[in-house]
Design a protein around this ligand. Structure first.
Ligand code: NAP
Length: 236
């Protein structure tokens, strides 16, 4: 299947490791040019070294100005932005009544607003081209909250609600907005923690993200695609 991503230009945040890195690598393997972000420049350079055409922009994606800078970097270098994949590390754990306002606001900033800002910066360019793909990496928690991850549950559910609203607003612009919702995946972080149970391969997850960002997925918008090996028992 031709995903139609050759020559497309993408920004992927939190892309030095794990699911973000796998998503960037899957897009690059399809011939996309990629702007890579995470905080650690060294790791990003390693990722970029395995790609044909990639730029590295280190920084904390919670910085309100960074998402627009990432999009502008792509436009300045390649004259376009076609795909954005919003990702970040997860917020700290804590049950519903254990988290304070400061932590709550940081989680909303890092795991909700950073992605909204990325889309906000990219959409005018995508509207001009009448083509765009926006994908946010979230969690199964948007469907089934995880008891000791109250911050993640709340921030990601907020992003999901915004995504549904945005998808409808972009319906006639050739732009899709979706979530990719991982269940347990064997990223280095999870392997180091010794998490047990059936786990997905991050490289496969990256290919699912690449599909959601592909040409043939142009009629797939406003969905939260579970990539969880049937871990979520509900119907939605
Ligand atoms: P990971 O392997 O720990 O990778 C996290 C990535 O985020 C790294 O590239 C890290 O690079 C980057 N990052 C962290 N904080 C950042 C910041 N402030 N600004 C920019 N980049 C930042 O994590 P993962 O397992 O791939 O998980 C990715 C996301 O999926 C997380 O939100 C996680 O909660 C969620 N998730 C994962 C699983 C799973 O099983 N893996 C399941 C459900 C949900 P630097 O440290 O260099 O910045």
């Amino acid at each position: 299947m031709d995903l139609g991503l050759a020559g497309r230009v993408a920004v992927v945040t939190a892309a030095s490791k794990g699911l973000g890195r796998a998503s960037a690598e899957a897009l690059a393997a399809e011939g996309a040019k990629v702007v890579l972000n995470a905080r650690s420049a060294d790791l990003l350079e390693e990722v970029a070294a395995g790609m044909d055409d990639a730029l590295v922009v280190p920084g904390d994606i919670s910085d309100p100005d960074l998402p627009a800078q990432l999009v502008q970097t792509a436009v300045d270098r390649w004259g376009r932005i076609d795909v954005v994949v919003g990702n970040n590390g997860g917020p700290p754990s804590g049950r519903a009544f254990e988290v304070d306002d400061e932590q709550f606001l940081a989680a909303v900033d890092g795991n909700m607003l950073s992605s909204v800002r990325l889309a906000r910066a990219a959409v005018p360019h995508m509207q001009a081209a009448q083509w765009g793909r926006i994908c946010f990496i979230t969690s199964v928690a948007v469907r089934q909250p995880i008891p000791d991850l109250a911050l993640s549950n709340a921030a990601r559910a907020g992003l999901w609600a915004w995504t549904k609203t945005a998808a409808a607003d972009l319906e006639h612009d050739g732009i899709t907005v979706n979530l990719a919702c991982p269940g347990l995946h064997a990223t280095d972080r999870m392997v180091e923690r010794g998490v047990t149970g059936r786990a997905g391969d991050p490289a496969d997850f990256g290919k699912v993200v690449a599909f959601l960002c592909s040409e043939p997925a142009g009629f797939v918008s406003g969905i939260a695609m579970g990539v969880d090996g049937a871990a979520v028992p509900g119907l939605l």
